[in-house]
Design a binder for this molecule. Structure first.
Ligand SMILES: [Zn+2]
Length: 341
């Protein structure tokens, strides 16, 4: 009886091994399971035989029966894994090369930064180098050295962010002029783009921070004609051929004489429209010849050296160039707006 049982177990196990080796689908594997350890399987059918085994042979028979069952279970599991791996591999190979590719969305530069880059590129071609300075400044660099009188309105804490130690968030990029002239001997030819701050109620044309680009040229025999020429060249390069400029007398403490510079309206070509308030001109920048006091403040002899300086708002240039109506769009972080540039 025992030998008969052992013989049958051996038979069932080896035929299951063979069948599983030949299995090519999961259904084949299920089939082997049903025929062996399933409810109506050949191994299960041997269970009643166990009862008829002589008492002294029972431990050997039970062990052999359990071993056969475990072996078949393990082989079933291996067969399932082998088939799953194979189907995974064939799925990976089945790439549909006719499908259009998925595009990686790469960000773009912020429109304000694009304008900064463009301005710097234009002035570099005219021989200027780009200089930078800190946004937290001393009162000396922001006002005193720039010849701003003690009662100048921009010094007022109502207009400017001060720190407890007396320093402030710079109100203009002109501070970089002072730093550059203190660190270098003339001739000097720099532009300095950067962020500035003022206490203001944000609306369509005002914000608490904004960007300027500042220009400074100090050399022998620099004249107002050089300034006008430089600005004219910039206007045409930035806004396109045909854009002209005009200069109107103005007052700034750090330049003498000083002027406001208008560009012919880029919207209407100078004919007059809503943007230029029918004047045909757009206020773009402030400029002038460096005040001799400023040169003296940084140890440069104004009898030997002269210079011109100008500063303009990056946001305004960007708004005019791209026909943007609201300054707040620049800091809203709205991708629907930013993706257009
Ligand atoms: Zn106009």
């Amino acid at each position: 009886m025992l030998n008969e049982l052992l013989e049958k177990l051996k038979e069932i196990t080896s035929s299951a091994t063979e069948a599983l080796a030949a299995a090519t689908t999961e259904a084949d594997v299920e089939n082997v399971k049903n025929k062996t350890i399933g409810r109506n399987g050949s191994l299960t059918a041997l269970a009643p035989m166990m009862g008829k085994i002589a008492k002294e042979d029972k431990p050997v028979a039970g062990k052999a029966f359990n071993e056969a069952k475990t072996t078949i279970q393990n082989q079933l599991e291996e067969a399932r894994e082998r088939l799953a791996d194979a189907s995974g591999a064939s799925a990976a190979e089945a790439i549909d090369v006719t499908l259009p590719g998925r595009k990686w969305r790469i960000g773009t530069k912020h429109p304000v930064n694009q304008t900064i880059d463009e301005c710097c590129a234009i002035f570099r071609r005219m021989g200027f180098v780009v200089a930078a300075g800190p946004e937290i400044e001393t009162v000396h660099n922001c006002f005193d050295a720039l010849n701003a009188p003690a009662d100048h309105p921009s010094r007022d804490p109502k207009d400017t962010f001060y720190f407890d130690d007396g320093r402030l968030l710079r109100t203009q990029t002109s501070t970089v002029q002072i730093r550059t002239m203190l660190a270098n001997k003339p001739p000097i030819r720099i532009v300095s783009p950067g962020r500035c701050y003022r206490r203001d109620t944000p609306d369509a044309t005002h914000g608490v921070h904004f960007h300027q680009i500042e220009g400074l040229y100090v050399d022998r025999n620099v004249s107002l004609a050089d300034l006008k020429n430089t600005l004219e060249a910039f206007a045409e390069e930035f806004f396109g051929k045909g854009v002209t400029i005009r200069m109107r007398p103005h007052f700034f403490p750090f330049t003498e004489p000083s002027a406001e510079c208008d560009f012919s309206c880029v919207m209407c070509g100078g004919k007059g429209c809503r943007v230029c308030k029918n004047s045909g001109w757009l206020e773009i920048l402030g400029c002038g010849m460096v005040n001799p006091n400023v040169l003296r403040n940084v140890g440069i002899n104004p009898d030997e050296w002269q210079g011109f300086a100008f500063g303009m708002g990056i946001e305004r240039l960007t708004m005019l160039k791209h026909r943007i109506g609201d300054l707040r769009l620049f800091s809203d972080n709205d991708l629907r707006f930013l993706k257009q540039f």
